[in-house]
Design a protein around this ligand. Structure first.
Ligand SMILES: Nc1ncnc2c1ncn2[C@@H]1O[C@H](COP(=O)(O)OP(=O)(O)OP(=O)(O)O)[C@@H](O)[C@H]1O
Ligand SMILES: Nc1ncnc2c1ncn2[C@@H]1O[C@H](COP(=O)(O)OP(=O)(O)OP(=O)(O)O)[C@@H](O)[C@H]1O
Ligand SMILES: [Mg+2]
Ligand SMILES: [Mg+2]
Lengths: 228, 228
């Protein structure tokens, strides 16, 4: 499903170059459950944005279901994102002037084929599944940090994407809520969803079946590589 | 230093009342190191905002160094915040159009008594202490999640406040960086800083010497209360 080859991402700040990703390569098959760990600033979110078609690499290649992502234009990239990927952002990126329900329903509008009432109903179900049934009409600033994170998770799951990319999805959650979320993800993976999850918590990573360790923009260790 | 009595905070949303804090009472002496834990949505950030003079209670009283906070006007509240308190927000709240250095230097401008050069130098030292010496000129969107969190921490510490309030300060940090931060906080507490820290991680909470557990807006357990 995912084929990454020598992926590089450099940020240019005037005369300074920040080598956020310095050439990483790996494959992820459909149905895998992969955890990515590494120090703060090591390039994890940068890698996730590239895999999620939210950013284009400086060099290297990335194929998603055979599509050469680095060669697609903005319109095609948006279409790929909307149809294949659910993304939980490290900073949530909820729309401030919309309720939790409207935020979660939004990705369904891009897909089409549903009435507004059907979208809102499916969004309500997604919010209940993360324990926020009674917070549907709150706007982001009327929610706690962990509640905002769960809205971001519900939004990523509402389209039942083939690929879920979650960037530190339990960062603001207490142990109990975090454990519940991991059970949900294990279930979804069990019914076929491919999951790539960045985390710095070992208790979260252990639910995955493979671990990629990133340090200084490089893939230092791939647990799948041991079983050569 | 902190005396909270029957503190209540209710949010009004049209016809709906959200009882975020339902009457909590406790004292915190100068020099204590207190951890606050509890489920997502239980009222921890609401309590921190009240203690940090960023919000006023619906009912109850709060005295900070003898000052009746619920009776102060906005000007006095701002003065109290700027002179006594350093606050690490759960959502960071960095200024987007300013560099890390400028963000960290800002609280020093409110205090006065320093030249701009001195403020920038002290801000640079604060950033180095959290491992971000080489990220001074980056703006928030040019920083990783954990780097933004550390800028927020440096900003809270730069004025050497008597009281540090940290709302989930390790949420975006890897285990190693998180451990380094906790060592720094233990040091600062050892030299007299009073610290109140919200966390959902037991490994972070164990550095404190007292634990307050919040659930559904109520103080369910105070480890200091056992030693009656
Ligand atoms: N402005 C607001 N209007 C309405 N309800 C609010 C508002 N802010 C917070 N709430 C609600 O008040 C409750 C307490 O929120 P608070 O942010 O204090 O929780 P918390 O313990 O910090 O949670 P977390 O661990 O997820 O950060 C939550 O249920 C939240 O939905
Ligand atoms: N827009 C940008 N411009 C310049 N440098 C950037 C930009 N975005 C990120 N960086 C830098 O690139 C490096 C990698 O950032 P990235 O966000 O991928 O780290 P991360 O592994 O996700 O860290 P964290 O665990 O703290 O979230 C960091 O050192 C960061 O400062
Ligand atoms: Mg990141
Ligand atoms: Mg909170």
């Amino acid at each position: 499903m995912i084929a990454v080859r020598n992926l590089v991402r450099t940020y240019l700040m005037g005369a300074i170059e920040v080598h956020a990703l310095q050439g990483v390569s790996f494959d992820i098959q459909r149905g895998e459950f992969v955890a990515i760990m590494g120090p703060s600033g090591s390039g994890k979110s940068t890698l996730m944005n590239l895999i999620g078609c939210l950013d284009t690499p400086t060099a290297g290649s990335y194929r998603l279901d055979g599509l050469p992502i680095e060669r697609l234009d903005a319109v095609l990239l948006a279409a790929v994102r909307n149809t294949k990927i659910g993304f939980v952002f490290q900073q949530f990126h909820l729309l401030a002037r919309h309720t939790a329900l409207e935020n979660v329903a939004l990705p369904l509008a891009y897909r089409g084929g549903m009435s507004r009432a059907e979208r809102l109903e499916r969004a309500a179900t997604a919010l209940e599944r993360v324990g926020l049934g009674d917070r549907k009409d709150h706007r982001p600033h009327e929610l706690s940090g962990g509640q905002q994170q769960r809205v971001a998770i519900a939004r990523a799951l509402v389209t039942r994407p083939a690929l879920l990319l979650a960037d530190e999805p339990t960062g603001a959650l207490d142990t109990h809520t975090s454990a519940e979320l991991m059970e949900l993800l294990v279930d979804l993976n069990g019914s076929g969803m491919t999951i790539v999850l960045v985390t710095h918590e070992p208790d979260v990573a252990r639910h995955a079946r493979r671990l990629l360790e990133i340090r200084d923009g490089l893939l230092m260790h791939d647990s799948a590589a041991i079983v050569a």
